[in-house]
Structures are given as structure tokens and as C-alpha cells.
Design a protein around this ligand. Structure first.
Ligand SMILES: Nc1ncnc2c1ncn2[C@@H]1O[C@H](COP(=O)(O)OP(=O)(O)O)[C@@H](O)[C@H]1O
Ligand SMILES: [Mg+2]
Length: 204
């Protein structure tokens, strides 16, 4: 049964008109998206929006919408795409005046999400995909799970998240074709960031 989660109604005209660069950051769980985004924010002044963090914040807020999300996330499944898009729009609007652009981390999780985002907001300027083997992602997440307190950093849920990623998110990489830069991300974070910087500098 498809879960129902409340929608919001907000006017995003200012967001569309500002036309700031939008970069989708793709990669499996534990591929280093958060780590690299933090470095991009520091060097380039972009705003980092992690769909996972926005969802977790919404859950933590105790709102009705948050309660509806909790069960879905604990199962390692994807939440309804409209809800994630609402949260992203709200966050982007709130950062509009202070931002040089947006890093959309962990989104789109599936092709339909990307199409909906670009139709309702603006087309993305670039897509970066961090490529990491399942074994390395699993090891990193088990390690992160020791301290993260995240309900989904456990072996069972990690396996499901990897499956979900392969099934729904790899087609996104293909969908974006030459707009997507694939970066091998098993090396040290500084080495990975070197390649990220090169990709970003093709934008300006
Ligand atoms: N290049 C890297 N090499 C080794 N460990 C990394 C690297 N990038 C991230 N990590 C570690 O792997 C875990 C997952 O990274 P994170 O940035 O949270 O991934 P994601 O946001 O893609 O799920 C974290 O514990 C992080 O410190
Ligand atoms: Mg993350």
C-alpha cells in the first residue's frame, strides 16, 4: 500500500527566478556524499542540502509529516517523491539570499524524482556520481554506525539500501548522460575532492 504523507503549499517563484546553479550529488549509501559536500561548501560557498538529513530533521521535529515518514525510513525504502521535493523546496527558499548555488545530496533517488524536480524548480547544471564498491560502502557504514546513531546504519538495512540504490538510482546516472561526471571515490577524501574540484570548475 502506498503511504500517504501530507503535502505543503508554498510559492517557489523566487527560487525559480534566482536561477542559482543546482548540482545533484549521487552515490550509494556511504559513498562519501556528505564528506565531499562539506568540502565543496567550504571552498565554493554552495548550500548543502541532504535529502536524508532533511527527512531525519523532519522526523525529529515530531511533526505529523515526520511521523508518517519514520516507518518508511526504518524499512530502508524510498519515501514518496512529492514529500522529499517539498522539503527541498522549503530548504532552498530559506537559503536563497545567502547561497551561491545548491548541492542536492542523495537526490534524485530515481529518474522520476529528477524529472519532477527539474520541471517544478529548474534544470540542474551538473551531476556528480561517486562510484564505490558495495563492500567498501558497507564497511564505511558499519563503521559510521558505531557513532552515528542512525537507525539505518545496520547490516540488514544497509543491504536493503544498497539494493534500492542499484535498482532505482543507477538508472539516474545513465539518464543524465554527459551532464553526469562519474568520480571513483574509494581513495582518500582529499584525493576525491581534487577530482570534484575539477568537475566543478568546468561550470564557471
Ligand atoms: N573517501 C573516503 N575514504 C574513507 N572513508 C570515507 C570516505 N568518504 C567518507 N568516508 C566515511 O564513510 C562514511 C560515510 O560517508 P558519508 O559522507 O556519510 O557518506 P554518504 O553521505 O554518501 O552516506 C563516513 O563515516 C565517512 O567518514
Ligand atoms: Mg549522507
Amino acid at each position: 500500500m502506498a503511504p500517504t504523507v501530507a503535502r505543503s503549499t508554498i510559492d517557489i517563484t523566487p527560487l525559480r527566478q534566482a536561477n542559482l546553479p543546482i548540482i545533484f550529488i549521487l552515490g550509494g549509501p556511504g559513498s562519501g556524499k556528505g564528506t565531499q559536500c562539506a568540502k565543496i561548501v567550504e571552498k565554493y560557498g554552495y548550500t548543502h542540502l541532504s535529502s536524508g538529513d532533511l527527512l531525519r530533521d523532519e522526523v525529529a521535529s515530531g511533526s505529523e509529516r515526520g511521523k508518517q515518514l519514520t516507518d518508511i525510513m526504518q524499512r530502508g525504502e524510498l519515501v514518496p517523491l512529492d514529500v522529499v521535493l517539498d522539503l527541498l523546496k522549503e530548504a532552498m527558499l530559506s537559503k536563497l539570499t545567502s547561497s551561491k548555488g545548491f548541492l542536492i545530496d542523495g537526490y534524485p533517488r530515481e529518474v522520476a524524482q529528477g524529472i519532477q524536480f527539474e520541471t517544478e524548480i529548474n534544470p540542474c547544471a551538473l551531476v556528480i556520481y561517486f562510484q564505490v564498491s558495495d563492500d567498501v560502502m558497507t564497511a564505511r557504514l558499519m563503521n559510521r554506525g558505531l557513532t552515528s546513531g542512525r537507525v539505518d546504519d545496520n547490516e540488514e538495512t544497509i543491504r536493503k539500501r544498497l539494493d534500492t540504490f542499484h535498482k532505482h538510482s543507477l538508472p539516474v546516472v545513465e539518464h543524465y548522460g554527459t551532464k553526469c561526471r562519474t568520480i571513483s571515490a574509494e581513495a582518500h577524501p582529499d584525493e576525491v575532492f581534487q577530482k570534484v574540484s575539477e568537475a566543478l570548475e568546468t561550470l564557471s
